[in-house]
Design a protein around this ligand. Structure first.
Ligand code: ZN
Length: 186
């Protein structure tokens, strides 16, 4: 039979384990998402995904200590030594593609309707990008590692205008530009 000390000790250990598990789970949640870093080998952006479980467990009660699960230069450079991790560990939130996009849209206005962008809805009605060719595209259409260059050459477009412009482009035969009514003319 367990004595009181064993019961209390067991309960404390269970509580500690539960807290640790919760802390790691919170870490995994915070570390999700594709991140952009500058590859130290090439000096160019690469998109990376963290090994979530390893990174969350190693970072749960101390300084960030990450490991990669994937990189756009892999598998060719899979043995690269992951020297980009310093940049990631120093500012994990700032490297998130979502953060980079949110900062870019913040304070900007839609190239068509001039409406200012508010908080971005990531699950639906995402804003889009207008290229020099006049075509609007969703940023998810671009490889993540090209996002920094894409943002340099594109203008921001709201979801409504992206949908309208796409419809106009794809169904040009259905869109009728109405001439002004005779009575409206002087
Ligand atoms: Zn718009």
């Amino acid at each position: 039979m367990m004595n009181l000390g064993e019961i209390v000790g067991g309960a404390a250990a269970a509580a500690l384990f539960g807290f640790g598990a919760w802390h790691v789970a919170r870490g995994i949640f915070a570390l999700r998402g594709t991140r952009l870093v500058t590859c130290p080998e090439t000096g160019r952006p690469v998109a990376v995904d963290l090994d979530l479980r390893y990174s969350a467990v190693r970072s749960a009660f101390g300084r960030p200590h990450f490991r990669l699960k994937d990189c756009t230069r892999w598998p060719e450079r899979a043995g690269c030594g992951q020297t980009c991790l310093g940049e990631l560990e120093a500012a994990p939130h700032d490297c998130l593609v979502r953060t980079i996009l949110a900062q870019w849209y913040a304070g900007k206005r839609c190239a068509f309707c001039r409406r200012e962008f508010g908080e971005i809805q990531w699950h639906d009605h995402k804003p889009a990008l207008l290229g020099a060719d006049g075509i609007t595209r969703e940023w998810a259409d671009f490889p993540a590692e090209t996002i920094p260059a894409v943002l340099e050459t594109h203008r921001p477009v709201c979801w409504n205008c992206h949908v309208a412009e796409t419809f106009r482009r794809v169904h040009a035969d259905l869109v009728v530009e109405r001439p002004p009514r005779p009575s409206a003319q002087a």
